[in-house]
Ligand binder design. Sequence first.
Ligand SMILES: [Zn+2]
Length: 426
Amino acid sequence: MSSRLRKASPLYLIGVILLVGILYPLLTRLPRIDSTPELPAPDPRLANLGTPPEWTELSKYDGVLTRAEFETALTDIYLLGENLHFEIGENAVTVASELSPPGPAIAFAVGETRQAPPRYWRPANEIPSEPTGQPLAGVRIAIDPGHIGGEWARMEERWYQIDDTTPVTEGDMTLRTARLLAPRLQSLGATVTLVRSASEPVTELRPGDLKEYAARLMPGAPAAEVLARAEQLFYRTAEIRARATLVNETIKPDLVLCLHFNAENWGEDSAQPRLSPRNHFHMILHGAYMDGEIAHEDERLELMHKIFQKVHEEESALAAALAAAFLEDTGLPAYIYRLGKPTRRIGPALWARNLLANRLYQCPVLFCEPYVMNNGEIHARVQAGDYDGEMEVAGTLRKSLYREYRDAVVKGLVDYYSSRRGKAVN
Ligand SMILES: [Zn+2]
């Protein structure tokens, strides 16, 4: 036995070396796991992964809006239901807060005097005209390719495949569009930053990190449901929150272009998707909070930034210019939401909705939703891929799907900034 042991000892040595080789990188990665951001505790008074509001941030908005301006924005754009959380007095609005009662007050502007709204972004009329012949000179644009794509596309439920054709994955299609769009905007003078430049998440968190949070949101739920919730918290919530930090703290753009492709319900099985005869276009503006949403205190804080920075004014004018270009260039009909959906119609193909991205990004957000990915024609155009010039696809001569998308965005932005910038610089 001892001789067998001795014989085997070189093998043991190799085994030990292999084991150290495997364990060492794992152990040295431990600090990364330790550095995973501390998660807040779930609280029904906060949105998922939300943190208690820093109400002191709001004092900078004293004297920016009159009472009438505040009330009009709150009722006409932002709240779908009754106002239950903002006490509107003669001189100030007080935001209700259970987490730090009685909540902050923001003073209204009185008479003719107004404080300029403090904000990192600039509306077109505050961006000076430059005699460069470049309509987007000096405009800071962030492009946010929607979703993650790549190996995450199935988890995100933004993936389908018909037989052995190329899979249709929204997160990769938006990135492809972004990569075509960025150089074109730069050539027109814009400073462009991609919020995501690979088919990888921006957040450091992974579904495993969010299991405990998910379990606390749904006590007693079966493990499979908890996992599904943790995955959603990863790709939907944590991912958007990480992108928002990047947008608001680092990029600080004048606008964000959120690129998406729409879809009609393709059923449960992504390998046997239902195709839709429908194809359409719309854009989403920020607004239309449901009662359950404005019941969250962090959402109340985020709404105050939107109202007092007058985001809607710039966002809706920009979106109208982009929508006009999309409707003209793509020939798509304007999408109409079904009755009962928590939306508010703002204009042709323009709908207000409270999405996490357009709420957290503090600047104007242009949320584009052209094309129905599971429409037969769009499937054929995805199969045709990207190409220069025009080509016959599904019986019609046309640009690649991605270039048609790019060109509509460029046209809308050029139209908007050519007519608006530098018009009232003080
Ligand atoms: Zn999308």
